[in-house]
Design a protein around this ligand. Structure first.
Ligand code: AMP
Length: 112
């Protein structure tokens, strides 16, 4: 997988507002927030997108969801929305798997 802006954030080559880190995952604020609280949870493993994850990644994917929930609580959120854009037509612009966590506003359904 080629270098992305997120792998540079993992390596601290570019700055980010980091909210959480462990051996497997990193959470940091989105630079262009779409809600009062908007952060991203990423695996340190360079998975391009969800559809490229394999059974070997099963525990890691579960871990990312628990990190999302933990950091949401840390941010004072009880209600929040998770979004993962998979592929260009779905809105993916950075090709390193990430979960958007958005909160502190009301959301509509269906999403745009
Ligand atoms: P997506 O369009 O689903 O691939 O989401 C990529 C997200 O990464 C967008 O919401 C961007 O605002 C965010 N983003 C891009 N560069 C950075 C950065 N350097 N730090 C934090 N978030 C970023």
């Amino acid at each position: 997988m080629s270098e992305t802006i997120f792998s540079k954030i993992i390596k601290r080559e570019i700055p980010a507002s980091i909210l959480y880190e462990d051996d497997l995952a990193l959470a940091f604020r989105d630079v262009n927030p779409q809600a009062p609280v908007h952060f991203l949870v990423i695996p340190k493993k360079p998975i391009v997108k969800l559809s490229e994850a394999t059974i070997e990644d099963q525990a890691l994917l579960g871990h990312l969801l628990l990190v999302a929930s933990k950091v949401a609580a840390q941010e004072g959120l009880t209600d929040f929305r998770l979004v993962t854009n998979n592929g260009v037509a779905a809105g993916q612009s950075v090709f390193h798997l990430h979960i958007h966590v958005l909160g502190d506003r009301t959301f509509t359904w269906p999403p745009g």
